[in-house]
Design a protein around this ligand. Structure first.
Ligand code: SAM
Length: 252
C-alpha cells in the first residue's frame, strides 16, 4: 500500500468514492494508485507529458497490479482525455500559470468533469481567477505546511448557478478593520481568509519578509519609478501586516 505525503493525502481526501479520475501531471502515479488501492476511484487515467515520469507511472501501476483500473497515457495536459471519460480532474504540484494553461487548452475535454482539485505550488491567484471566469465555484480551500513548504489545495465544482454563488463568495467584505475587495479575495483565497489557520499566517508572513527585502533594495535606487513602486509596496506590506494581525487575533 502506498503512503502519501500530507500534501497528496489532502488532495486524496477530496476525491469522492466512485469517481472516474484523471490525474494530469501524475509523475509516479502515486495519487491514482493510492485511490485505486483504497477503492475510492472506479477508474483513473494518469496523464504525463514527460517520458521519465510517464515510465515511472507505468511501472508504479504495473507493480501495484492495477493496469485494468488505471490507464497511464502520455500527452500534454488534458489532451490525453476524451470528453466524458472522467468526472474528476486533479492537477497538482505545478505552477498556477501552467495549471491555467492546461485547463484553458483542455476545455473541450472538461465536458462531463464536475469536480476539480487543483494544487498550484505558486500562482494560486491565477487559478482562482480562471475558475471565477469560467463559471466554476471554489467550494473548498485548504492550506497546509509540509517540510517547510506551504501548499494550497483548491476544489471547484461546476454549477449552473455558479455566477450567483461566486458573487457572494467574492463580495467585498471586512476582516477586522480591513476592507477586502474581490482582488484581495482572489489573492488570499476567499475561504482561507475567513478561516484562520497557522500555515496561512506563515505564508503571508513569508510574503511580507520577501516584499520588505525588495523594498529595501529599492530604497537604494535613484530612479523615480522605483520610488513610486516602493511606495505602493510599503502600502501593501502595511495591509498584509494588518491582515496577519487580524487573522492571528481571530485564531486565538
Ligand atoms: N502531480 C504530482 C504531485 O503533485 O506530486 C507530480 C507533480 S510533478 C512536480 C509535475 C509533473 O507534471 C511532472 O511529472 C511533469 O512531467 C508533469 N507535467 C508538466 N507539464 C505537463 C503537461 N503540460 N501535461 C502533463 N504533465 C505535465
Amino acid at each position: 500500500m502506498i503512503r502519501l505525503s500530507s500534501r497528496l493525502q489532502t488532495i486524496a481526501n477530496k476525491i469522492e468514492r466512485g469517481s472516474r479520475l484523471a490525474d494530469i501531471g501524475s509523475d509516479h502515479a502515486l495519487l491514482p494508485v493510492f485511490l485505486a488501492q483504497q477503492g475510492v476511484v472506479r477508474t483513473a487515467i494518469a496523464g504525463e507529458l514527460n517520458p521519465g515520469p510517464f515510465e515511472a507511472a507505468r511501472k508504479q501501476v504495473r507493480e501495484a497490479g492495477l493496469e485494468r483500473r488505471i490507464d497511464v497515457r502520455r500527452g500534454d495536459g488534458l489532451s490525453v482525455l476524451k470528453p466524458g471519460e472522467a468526472d474528476t480532474v486533479t492537477i497538482a504540484g505545478m505552477g498556477g500559470g501552467l495549471i491555467v494553461n492546461i485547463l484553458t487548452a483542455g476545455k473541450p475535454q472538461l465536458a462531463g468533469v464536475n469536480w476539480l482539485v487543483l494544487q498550484p505550488n505558486v500562482g494560486e491567484e491565477l487559478v482562482r481567477r480562471w475558475l471565477l471566469q469560467e463559471g466554476w465555484l471554489l467550494r473548498e480551500e485548504d492550506i497546509l505546511e509540509e517540510d517547510g513548504k506551504i501548499y494550497e489545495v483548491l476544489c471547484a465544482v461546476r454549477l449552473a448557478d455558479a455566477e450567483r454563488w461566486n458573487e457572494e463568495l467574492y463580495r467585498p467584505c471586512r476582516i477586522g478593520d480591513l476592507e477586502l475587495g474581490a482582488d484581495d479575495l482572489l489573492r488570499f483565497g476567499p475561504r482561507l481568509v475567513r478561516q484562520p489557520a497557522e500555515p496561512f499566517v506563515r505564508k503571508w508572513q513569508g510574503e511580507i519578509a520577501k516584499l520588505e527585502s525588495i523594498a529595501k533594495q529599492m530604497a537604494e535606487s535613484q530612479h523615480e519609478q522605483a520610488a513610486a513602486k516602493r511606495g505602493a509596496m510599503l502600502a501593501d506590506i502595511d495591509r498584509l501586516r494588518r491582515l496577519v494581525a487580524v487573522i492571528m487575533e481571530k485564531g486565538k
